[in-house]
Design a binder for this molecule. Structure first.
Ligand SMILES: [Zn+2]
Length: 325
């Protein structure tokens, strides 16, 4: 798979270099919803693969607004598409402060609409547990730790592993009352983090910043769960509470109805999707459909995750194809 992926990318680069990129891509137009997570100064990938540099982000936005049809999610859902081009809507997941600091001014400059799906964990903790784990695992000198009576050992990739499973994978299925005990295990490591230069990788927007985005006619706020648990792995009642609470908290902050929900990790079940509709969510944002049948449901849309490892041309080629493979 990896080799096929690399060869595919090399082939695309050569075609672009020779000026044939457009020919290759011509019949691959259609519609895509992009999903970004964080924007930072440099596109750092040592902590995880969620951050794109602000320079690359601006270059990309400039390119797609020049060459394609960039539209709001409202227009996307109403199928206000142009023919013979790529129709693109832009979304951000998680609610990072860096969205507010770096992405919003660029989106405003090019008048690009976007939706921001916010995890309301900021009311419980100042960070998302996944970012906490990424940062402390990278910087700690600990080689092993005990969590829930299991011994986790640090791997060469600086992940804590027990029984072949990474701590992050264990964490996403835990109820928050248990999960938050991880903060104590790494408390000293968190305090020892280099202060300013890692803030882009964990700071979340506060209520005032979220409200400011909600009030901007270019932008929309949607919900993304309360603690970023994997909703298909925690008990059903807890999952429903996560969905409902994130909606209510954001409605209090934004003083407007919140009608869009993006599933954390893109994981969903039909039962959860139904519950979302019951409580007033009109649009559900996924990553991949579970089944071909789900693709026929027009309230749910899959999204294309942006990749920090590849060049602009490679990114465009994959985007037009609608896949990295
Ligand atoms: Zn997320």
């Amino acid at each position: 798979m990896r080799i096929k992926y690399r060869l595919g990318l090399v082939y695309k680069i050569i075609l672009f270099k020779l000026g044939f990129g457009k020919l290759l891509l011509k019949d691959r137009y259609g519609e895509r919803i992009l999903v970004y997570h964080g924007i930072d100064e440099v596109g750092e990938t040592k902590y995880n693969s969620r951050f794109i540099s602000k320079v690359f982000f601006e270059e990309f936005i400039k390119y797609i607004t020049t060459h394609y049809n960039v539209i709001s999610l409202d227009d996307f859902y109403q199928k206000k598409f142009k023919k013979d081009t790529l129709n693109i809507a832009i979304t951000f997941d998680d609610g990072y402060l860096n969205n507010y600091t770096y992405a919003v001014p660029i989106l405003e400059k090019y008048k690009v609409p976007a939706c921001f799906y916010i995890t309301t964990i900021h009311e419980k903790a100042p960070y998302l547990w996944a970012d906490f784990l990424d940062l402390v695992s990278y910087h700690t000198e600990k080689e092993e730790i005990i969590f829930e009576r299991n011994l986790y050992k640090k791997s060469a990739k600086r992940e804590f592993i027990w029984n072949g499973i990474s701590m992050k994978n264990v964490a996403k299925a835990l109820p928050y009352e248990v999960l938050k005990l991880i903060y104590e295990v790494f408390e000293d490591d968190w305090k020892a983090l280099p202060p300013k230069d890692v803030e882009d990788y964990w700071k979340l927007m506060n209520a005032k910043q979220i409200k400011e985005i909600a009030d901007n006619p270019l932008f929309t706020i949607g919900a993304h769960g309360e603690t970023h648990a994997s909703l298909v792995d925690i008990p059903l009642e807890a999952a429903k509470r996560e969905i409902l609470t994130s909606k209510q908290q954001l409605e209090t902050i934004c003083k407007q109805p919140i009608t869009e929900f993006a599933f954390p990790f893109g994981y969903y079940t039909n039962e959860l999707a139904e519950y979302c509709h019951e409580i007033g969510f009109e649009r559900l944002l996924l990553v991949d459909y579970n089944t071909k049948e789900d693709a026929k449901n027009e309230t749910s849309q899959n999204r294309f995750v942006m990749n920090p490892y590849i060049s602009m041309e490679q990114q465009l080629a994959c985007l037009l194809k609608g896949s990295y493979f």
